[in-house]
Design a protein around this ligand. Sequence first.
Ligand code: TXA
Ligand code: MG
Length: 364
Amino acid sequence: MKTKLLTSDELAEAAKLLSGSSLVGIPTETVYGLGANGLNPVAVGAIFEAKGRPQDNPLILHIPEVSWLARYCQEIPETAYRLAERFWPGPLTMILKCKERTPEELEELRSGPVCSYSHFGPRVIPDEVTAGLDTVGMRCPAHPLCRAVIQAAGVPIAAPSGNTSGKPSPTTAAHMLADMDGKIPAILDGGPCAVGVESTIVDLTCTPPRLLRPGGVTLEQLREVLGEVEVDPAVTRQMEAGEKPRAPGMKYRHYAPKAPVIVVKGDPAQAAAYIRSHVSHTRWDGVICFEEFVPLFAEEERPVLSLGPAADTAEQARRVFDALRTMDGTDVKRIWAQCPDDSGIGFAVSNRLDKAAGFQIVEV
Ligand code: TXA
Ligand code: MG
């Protein structure tokens, strides 16, 4: 199969593919997603195959507007609407209770006409999306092309990040093509992603609400609306054998380039000095550092990539996955990475780097 890159003028073609049972790469403001009709178990099943994703890792459902929430969720707390009011459309995913079918509805479905992808489960969303959980992640993305293609398809779109499972998420159509070429019919090109790290995930089915993944909406912003918010332990440390994070995906090694990563945290100048004194003087050691410190490392032939200025965490979020992917294009055997502190969107950047490093972290 040849993977076509579609432009915004070809949106109708992307929507047609999506409303059937084909996979399409879709742009969002966070990262590119691998989209499929979220009501079609066959299409959703193909996502797992194309990504090599473990079956027990649920997908999130993308909707074009908040009014679609009640079609797929029940017992929606008032906090969900307050969050939607403030942050949707935007980089926030809410975990909510999945809508159950009544016995009458099930009966009617089972006695009605069967279409190629009918699913007769007890919930309105197929188990292929939720991995059999009774909750579902709901997101209303801000990217205009993304919202337009979902509207045109007329169905909610299940979409994980569009990378091969375990690899850094794609923030351009070219990244996505590198992972998915030949595996899916099309990618809709919406330009580079404005946020660069995946959506914030907050679980609203527990009290207090729990942050499952930091992202474009910051923990500080969530607390302004929700008050107390707990941080799931899987965000800041490696899960032990047998431990179960609330977001099943957080237990897997993730965002990892081929070479092992060592993250160095602390005062930026001190962290750069630490890397300088530990990095080998060969091209086998790559460095990802803040813009200010690039000259410290640039005199040798080793790959050095800037994460953006030390104070500009939004720029770091936009660059972090590209930096990890670019390292994969070199023959480095080890990667040293500088990392911002946990405030604002820096928390999301540091979470992605920690995970890329399998939590191999040096604090200076
Ligand atoms: O920004 C994003 O969220 C991107 C774009 C494409 O929208 N999508 C994305 O999807 O990052 P994915 O599949 O790569 O990450 C979703 C995470 C996984 O860790 C998964 O385990 C978790 O969300 N998740 C999904 N449904 C869940 C549920 N019902 N309960 C807890 N965690 C859930
Ligand atoms: Mg992902």
